[in-house]
Design a protein around this ligand. Structure first.
Ligand code: ZN
Length: 386
């Protein structure tokens, strides 16, 4: 167990930088109110007067400002105990970005694997880990698998009576009561109010893959500061503690199943620490130059991004189709006029005019598609953290 989180009632730690082994400075996104910590001197941790604010990995607004470390105190801004390492190769990221772009009609020119790779920012999301002593009396029904062999008699025309062996799986249930006195370590619980939305979008992380914290892990990275108290997170952790206890009681009884588990636990000696979960953040600029965020699960590569088609690109395609339509229309018109002297050309001319008109109407399709797509996306249901 590394440096324990000194859990202060007022939610502040006396020396937030101490346990990180590198000086960390507080940052704030003024657009989405996300609070970060970054190693002092890193590209993200630039002073307010050092040009335009950095792009926020969460909302993609250029609104991340550095706060005065002397004045800003984030609650629980302490070093983590564990971090899940980044484990997605550049090639895998490129493939995810390509697949993402293919899901957008006329993706903006800025949305390419190479450009998004350049802007890749490593970001860690916090997760609480709690250790706790548990004492409880418990009762449950435990189940044991067994097989029943029976014979089915069947009469078939021509074959007479036939006997067939049938095996059936059954469970024998027995009541059990017991006492439990255990310490459970590293039970996870979300440290962010938006954790559920984020993991719906990005998938979960393998909490068991956490490695002990080393200062190198946060080099050049951003760490999202927790915004959820241990008190608020405890009910989630309690569910995890109970699951572990249930499985232990089942295996202590050497049973295959367990149900109707009831207990009256008493918890003591709780110890809270943080774990960091890796996320890659990047963005592309849409037609209006507005950054659109793209996030990837740093462990699995699962990608979530805001999807915006490019009306400019669709418009160029529409224009080319429109010009072709106009040329065919004009040719048709000329042929139709020539029809006055050479009547067979009249039919050809009319066909040309009709074809030109039809293609002309079709020319709006690319524009309409992108417009409708963007409209749908803007009203989409899944927008984590907004
Ligand atoms: Zn933001």
């Amino acid at each position: 167990m590394s440096d324990p989180l000194r859990y202060h009632r007022d939610g502040r730690l006396s020396d937030p930088a101490r346990a990180w082994d590198v000086p960390m400075v507080p940052l704030l996104c003024e657009a989405c109110d996300w609070r970060y910590l970054a190693p002092a001197g890193s590209a993200m941790a630039r002073p307010v007067d050092a040009g335009a604010p950095a792009i926020c990995p969460h909302c993609a607004a250029p609104a991340v400002v550095m706060l005065d470390p002397q004045e800003a105190h984030f609650p629980y801004a302490t070093a983590p105990e564990l971090a899940v390492p980044f484990a997605v190769s550049t090639e895998a990221i490129d493939r995810r970005v390509e697949a993402f772009a293919e899901g957008i009609p006329y993706p903006p020119e800025d949305l390419t694997p190479a450009i998004l790779r350049q802007r890749l920012q490593r970001l860690y999301l916090p997760m609480w880990l709690v250790d706790s002593d548990v004492e409880a009396r418990w009762q449950a029904e435990v189940g044991f698998d067994y097989k029943v062999v029976s014979h089915q008699e069947r009469y078939a025309d021509g074959a007479g009576w036939q006997s067939k062996e049938v095996q059936e799986e059954r469970v024998r249930w027995e009541p059990r009561v017991g006492k439990l006195a255990r310490r459970y370590d590293n039970v996870p619980a979300p440290a962010l109010g938006q954790h559920a939305q984020l993991s719906r979008a990005l998938g979960t992380h393998e909490v068991d893959d956490g490695k002990p914290y080393r200062p190198e892990l946060v080099e050049g990275a951003l760490v999202r500061a927790p915004d959820r108290d241990p008190e608020a997170a405890w009910p989630d952790a309690e569910v995890g503690v109970r699951q572990r206890a249930v499985q232990e009681c089942r295996s202590a009884a050497q049973a295959d199943h367990i149900r109707d588990f009831r207990w009256s636990p008493r918890y003591a000696a709780q110890h809270w620490t943080l774990m960091l979960l890796p996320v890659y953040a990047t963005y592309y600029r849409d037609d209006d130059g507005v950054p659109q965020r793209v996030l990837l699960n740093g462990e699995t590569g699962k990608l979530y991004g805001a999807k915006r088609g490019s009306l400019a690109r669709a418009g160029r395609v529409s224009m080319i189709i429109g010009i072709i339509a106009a040329v065919i229309f004009m040719l048709g018109l000329v042929l139709a006029l020539l029809g006055a002297v050479a009547p067979p050309l009249l039919i050809l001319g009319i066909l040309g005019v009709i074809l030109g008109l039809a293609i002309g109407v079709g020319a709006v399709i690319p524009l309409a598609r992108v417009w409708a797509f963007n409209h749908r996306q803007a009203k989409g249901p899944e927008r984590p953290g907004e």
